[in-house]
Design a protein around this ligand. Structure first.
Ligand SMILES: Cc1cc2nc3c(=O)[nH]c(=O)nc-3n(C[C@H](O)[C@H](O)[C@H](O)COP(=O)(O)O)c2cc1C
Length: 150
């Protein structure tokens, strides 16, 4: 069964709400035949990445970059996964309170290096996630998962 791996760093209630909506979208009844695996960024492994068929990445913007946790994830999996995950689809969501451009740039740069393929617009949220922001998270999860349906 195709597998979607959600790798996330979730340090606050607002980001937890976003994560839950992404999971809800990815696991909605209309998505059939896709296994959804969630891993906090600090515990995700290269094996998790190799065994998945697509990816969703969630992070806060921290100090103008992705969180240290997601950076650690990429530091850990980059070379082990470089040879055999190219072309796989991914999407991402980023939360911040001031500006998320640096974090987005980092995700684009790292995933370009891995040759992962963006299949949805990044969801970016500033401040407390409102109804529209949470809906966008649901759509993101559903879009990336639907693309993996057999
Ligand atoms: C050390 C630190 C650095 C941060 N740097 C940024 C930043 O560069 N840009 C930004 O938009 N938010 C920044 N933030 C805010 C975080 O993105 C925010 O705390 C996180 O998304 C969770 O948001 P919430 O607590 O409002 O739910 C920073 C937070 C911390 C603790």
């Amino acid at each position: 069964m195709p597998r979607l791996l959600i790798v996330h760093h979730t340090p606050s209630p607002g980001m937890q709400a976003m994560f839950e909506k992404v999971v809800a979208g990815a696991t909605t009844d209309e998505i059939e035949g896709v296994e959804v695996v969630r891993r906090p960024a600090l515990s995700a492994t290269a094996t998790d990445v190799l065994e998945a068929d697509g990816y969703l990445l969630g992070t806060p913007a921290n100090l103008g970059y992705i969180s240290g946790a997601l950076k650690h994830f990429f530091d850990t999996i980059y070379y082990p996964c470089l040879d055999s995950t190219g072309g796989r689809p991914y999407g991402c969501y980023v939360h911040g309170n001031e500006g998320v451009e640096g974090a987005l740039r980092a995700i684009r740069s790292i995933t370009t290096g891995l040759s992962w393929r963006p299949v949805a617009e990044p969801v970016t949220v500033l401040g407390q996630p409102d109804k529209d922001a949470l809906e966008a998270c649901w759509e993101l999860g559903a879009t990336v998962a639907a693309g993996l349906m057999p």
